[in-house]
Design a protein around this ligand. Structure first.
Ligand SMILES: [Zn+2]
Length: 217
């Protein structure tokens, strides 16, 4: 059974996730911890729970999702896992940070690339990798078949979808990703979003205006 713990970090109110199971092995997805107090909060949780982080993962590499990559990779000696198609974004992120007035510590380069159909392992658990581009070219989501949840990054939000006006964004591709990769998972599946509260697939299928046709570009 996977326990999902979320934290809301940095000026963009980004959700960082720590997942672990009974083995105490943990993965850290999209560490957005920015200032010292946020780094301390994340580290305190890991220490208090007695967790052993084994992987650092990015759903995509927009600045708000990678601000803590340097801290996490250094503190826990972790390599970075992500999709290859977001590599350019990761390289551009420190320049992007300057335009926002945000000092972005340099992220480690990725050591492992994930793609559709890959299975990510930690402890006794596994997550299926779904390729869900559109918000960014290399956005990926992580699906637990057993525990009925998906970590969706900025692909799908409660009542909304990820923005597509940033470099590499593509509205039609995003809608296609959501409809073919996420809505097909089943109405009972919990969606952990990169911003805002969690939701359920069924909820979004029925009420999300971007998916019901109530709003279209
Ligand atoms: Zn994003």
């Amino acid at each position: 059974m996977i326990k999902v713990q979320s934290f809301t970090f940095n000026p963009f109110a980004e959700n960082t996730f720590v997942l672990h199971d009974e083995s105490k092995e943990a993965i850290i997805i999209d560490p957005g911890c920015y200032d010292e107090s946020e780094k301390k909060e994340l580290a305190a949780y890991i220490e208090t729970m007695g967790l052993k982080p084994v992987k650092l993962i990015n759903t995509h590499t927009h600045i708000d999702h990678i601000l803590g990559n340097n801290f996490v990779s250094g503190k826990y000696k972790l390599e970075l896992w992500m999709h290859k198609d977001d590599e350019q974004l990761l390289k551009a992120v420190s320049v992007y940070g300057q335009t926002w007035g945000i000092n972005c510590e340099p992220s480690p380069d990725p050591s492992h690339f994930l793609n559709e159909g890959d299975v990510l392992h930690f402890g006794n658990s596994e997550l299926k990798v779904l390729f869900t581009p559109g918000h960014s070219p290399g956005s990926i989501s992580f699906y637990s078949v057993e525990d009925r949840f998906v970590i969706a990054g900025d692909v799908l939000f409660q009542g909304s979808i990820g923005r597509t006006d940033l470099p590499g964004g593509d509205y039609d591709q995003l809608i296609e990703s959501i409809k073919t990769k996420l809505l097909t998972l089943g109405d009972d599946v919990i969606v952990y979003c990169g911003h805002g509260p969690e939701t359920k697939i069924g909820n979004e299928r029925r009420h999300n205006p971007f998916l019901t046709g109530a709003w279209s570009q």
